[in-house]
Design a binder for this molecule. Structure first.
Ligand code: FES
Length: 91
């Protein structure tokens, strides 16, 4: 009698990548479905527990870390002009 090895599932769970840009936003990269739309949904809430609607067609989001964006919680590029220096880095 021989035992068969169990087959690994060919389906991998989707991976959401978070990338901390030096002195810039936190970039969220969402996995895409075959048609190019994000295959997972993400909910962003602020410190008051206010939920923000995310654009469903985007697979990359940038979240503000400098506090100067006029479109918070999203980055609008203001970190470049306010000389934001992040105190911490992702390693
Ligand atoms: S990190 Fe880009 S505007 Fe704040």
């Amino acid at each position: 009698m021989t035992l068969q090895k169990s087959k690994k599932s060919a389906i991998e769970p989707p991976i959401v990548r978070l990338r901390c840009r030096e002195d810039g936003p936190l970039v969220v990269e969402l996995p895409q479905a075959i048609d190019g739309t994000p295959s997972v949904s993400v909910q962003v809430t602020d410190h008051h527990r206010v939920a923000f609607t995310l654009p469903t067609h985007k697979s990359v989001l940038a979240l503000c870390r400098c506090g100067k964006s006029a479109n918070r919680p999203f980055c609008d590029g203001s970190h470049k002009t306010c000389e934001f220096r992040a105190g911490e880095t992702a390693r």
